[in-house]
Design a protein around this ligand. Structure first.
Ligand code: NAP
Length: 261
């Protein structure tokens, strides 16, 4: 299947690791030019070297200036932007009881501020290319998690901006879609597991609750969905929220349920 992504310039935020790295690899395999925007530039450069195409732009995405600079630099390097994958984010556990209002705002800054800001500065280029936006949200936007208000609010906002932007940008030929991971083994996920007393037992319990295959989704499976949504093969798909999660979010709750004590 030809996805018609050859030479398309695609920004992937947080593309050095995890799901973002999966996206960078998948775009490169499709002949696109991935541009990693985010932290860990050395790690990102190793990946770009492996891909033999693309660039790394170091950016702390909580900074408006860094967001603007990333767009300017991409345009300076390649003269066009065909798409953005808004992937960078962190489940930082800012809760009602243990987080302050200032920490809540900081969580929004880490998770949703750059989604607006990068899109704002890239908009003229995206209009010119009739480009695409793919957001990487989280199951937490739908299911809640408990004790993570800032992250939940940000990912919920991402889902609602999917419809808002799809509608306002339809006249410009820009499509906007969102991919919602549930349980994907990445550095972020591994770091969280490492904070637990018995990571292996917890991981087994989580996998047992994933109906399709009783396993985690891979970054590659998320990336395949992202690349498909970015491509011409999704040319009439916009404003959609897609769940490549092995049925985790939507299947009957009786699956994997434990006995009442
Ligand atoms: P990850 O392994 O931590 O990778 C995220 C990348 O983004 C890292 O390179 C990180 O840099 C970078 N980054 C994060 N915040 C940044 C910022 N403010 N400025 C610049 N770079 C930043 O995470 P992941 O698990 O692949 O998650 C990717 C996305 O999927 C996130 O939005 C996450 O919320 C979402 N998600 C993941 C899962 C899952 O199961 N993994 C489930 C639901 C949703 P450093 O590592 O250098 O800090």
């Amino acid at each position: 299947m030809n996805l018609n992504l050859t030479d398309k310039v695609v920004i992937v935020t947080g593309g050095a690791k995890g799901i973002g790295a999966g996206c960078v690899t998948a775009f490169a395999e499709e002949g696109a030019i991935p541009v990693i925007v985010g932290r860990s530039p050395d790690v990102g450069q190793v990946l770009i070297d492996q891909c033999k195409v693309g660039a790394v732009i170091e950016a702390e995405l909580t900074s408006e200036e860094a967001c603007k600079n990333a767009i300017d630099e991409t345009l300076k390097l390649y003269g066009r932007i065909d798409g953005i994958v808004h992937n960078a984010g962190i489940n930082d556990g800012v809760s009602l009881e243990n987080g302050s209002p200032a920490e809540f705002m900081a969580s929004l800054q880490k998770n949703i501020f750059h989604v607006f800001t990068l899109t704002h500065y890239a908009l003229p280029a995206l209009k010119e290319s009739k480009g695409f936006i793919v957001n990487i949200s989280s199951k937490v936007a739908e299911t809640g998690q408990g004790d993570t208000s800032g992250y939940a609010a940000s990912k919920g906002a991402m889902n609602s901006l999917t419809r808002e932007w799809a509608l306002s940008l339809a006249k410009d030929g820009i499509r906007v879609n969102t991919v919602v991971p549930a349980e994907v083994m990445t550095p972020l996920y591994q770091n969280w597991l490492n904070t637990l007393e018995d990571p292996e037992t917890t991981l087994n319990q989580i996998e047992a609750r994933i109906p399709f295959g009783q396993r985690m989704t891979t970054s590659e499976e998320i990336a395949n969905t992202v690349v498909f949504l970015a491509s011409d093969k999704s040319s009439h798909t916009t404003g959609q929220i897609i769940y490549p999660d092995g049925g985790y979010v939507h299947f009957d709750r009786s699956y994997g349920a434990v006995e009442k004590e």
